[in-house]
Design a protein around this ligand. Structure first.
Ligand code: MG
Length: 266
């Protein structure tokens, strides 16, 4: 039976502070040699994920912006994709979320009508984003090229705003420093489900493994056959309240390496 690995990026495959993959690169290469797809499933945008796919030589499909869309390299699956999809550049895209233009429009309306003063990525220069996030300038430029969500940096996110969002079928995902405004439909679990159906359509039964580090990975971990949680800095595991999700020793990429070992040896 073929195996597929669904992976979060920040704090999982990538070091949480430096965003480096130096520690996980050898395991990535082993999985590639064994023909195990490594599917990124993260809050990161397409442009950000393409950077890491390019750097690691990964050519598998990927799930962007918290389950907003699935990007599948054209010709990756030999069978026709049995879902609504469209072509962008070299990808077939299945969209679950909403385009960023729509989301920005709603945020503008909310600021105007509700008199709110929060700051969004679209108000900022790459230098500002770099200052807020600790990302270098190039990474900041990539982070700003979002297609299905908008990031709010600071300000008065209140109940009125959340109601306004929900009335417009949007939701706010709280992060450690930011809020992500995104379609209510965007769902990593839904995206993983669709992609696994495509793998099964192609290969027959597959065994899916998932690895993440935070509550933001919950939907993805609940959807795979074999879910794992790596440690966060301070050697703690996020509290997900699901006994089927296994904790592995090792912070970020160190834990990721353990999961890839489990996958290869099972
Ligand atoms: Mg993470």
């Amino acid at each position: 039976m073929r195996k597929v690995l669904l992976s979060d990026l920040d704090g999982t495959l990538l070091d949480l502070k430096s965003y480096s993959f130096a520690q996980s690169e050898a395991s990535v290469n082993e999985l590639k040699e064994e023909g195990v797809p490594i599917v990124f499933c993260s809050s990161k945008s397409r442009v950000e994920q393409e950077f890491y796919r390019g750097a690691l030589g990964i050519e598998d499909p990927f799930i962007v912006e918290n389950g907003s869309a699935i990007f599948i390299p054209r010709g990756y699956f030999s069978k026709k994709i049995p879902f609504n999809s469209y072509v962008i550049d070299d990808f077939e895209v299945i969209t679950i979320g909403k385009p960023v233009g729509f989301i920005r429009d709603i945020i503008h309306q909310a600021r105007t009508y509700l008199g709110l003063s929060f700051t969004c990525y679209f108000d900022l220069s790459a230098e500002d984003v770099s200052m807020y996030t600790g990302l270098d300038l190039r990474s900041s430029r990539r982070a700003m090229q979002r297609e299905f969500s908008e990031t709010i940096l600071k300000g008065d996110v209140n109940d009125g705003f959340l109601d306004f969002l929900s009335h417009n079928k949007l939701k706010s995902i709280p992060g450690s420093k930011f809020q992500t405004i995104i379609s209510s439909n965007a769902d990593k679990g839904k995206a993983v489900d669709i992609l696994l159906a495509l793998y099964e359509n192609e290969w027959g039964e597959v065994k899916s493994y998932g690895v993440g580090d935070s509550v933001n990975d919950f939907e993805m971990l609940q959807t795979v056959d074999d879910p794992y949680l790596v440690q966060r800095p301070g050697s703690q595991w996020a509290e997900l309240g699901d006994v089927t999700i296994k904790n592995v020793q090792g912070i970020g990429p160190a834990g990721w390496n353990k999961v890839s070992r489990i996958l290869l040896e099972s």
